[in-house]
Design a protein around this ligand. Structure first.
Ligand code: MG
Length: 159
């Protein structure tokens, strides 16, 4: 029995912090604003995994009203979500991620992002897909105001 979940996240550029996606610092990118470290890949993937297990969402698990999650390392939050899945009898199987942004180019960092996510999910790197595309200069992404991430993840029973 395989289950699939979907996640979406978006964040605005403009924070005085490095651009972090999938736990990887992306040189040349503007930082994203947000309560945690604003790692939109980690957030979308967390929602996809929680969604696959019907365990709610990232906002319910890590409320932004809770000071303990301020400037949190979102890869740690992702790891806690994976632990919660394991506790409910589920294991991540694979994921596929699309990042939509105009700049900077993510292609040089995709392997590092896949490796980083594979470690937290406990799956082989060839079960982690990450790709990037522009929004053809349309809308908020096209104007460079922020970026968006789509994630799909599959889970299977632990035994
Ligand atoms: Mg977010």
């Amino acid at each position: 029995m395989i289950r699939t979940g979907i996640g979406y996240d978006s964040h605005r550029f403009g924070a005085e912090r490095p651009l972090i996606l999938g736990g990887v610092k992306i040189p040349g990118g503007q930082g994203l604003t947000g309560h945690s470290d604003a790692d939109a890949i980690a957030h979308a993937l967390t929602d996809a995994l929680l969604g696959a297990a019907a365990l709610g969402d990232i906002g319910a698990m890590f409320p932004d009203t809770d000071p303990q999650w301020k400037d949190a390392d979102s890869m740690r939050l992702l790891g806690l979500a994976v632990e919660r899945l394991r506790g409910a009898g589920w294991l991540p199987q694979q994921c596929d991620i699309t990042v939509i942004l105009e700049q900077p180019k993510l292609a040089p960092h995709v392997v590092a992002i896949r490796n980083s996510l594979s470690g937290v999910l406990g799956v082989p790197v060839d079960a982690v897909s990450c790709k990037a595309k522009t929004n053809e200069l349309m809308g908020f992404i096209g104007r460079g105001e922020g970026l968006a991430v789509l994630a799909v993840a599959s889970i299977a029973p632990a035994t």
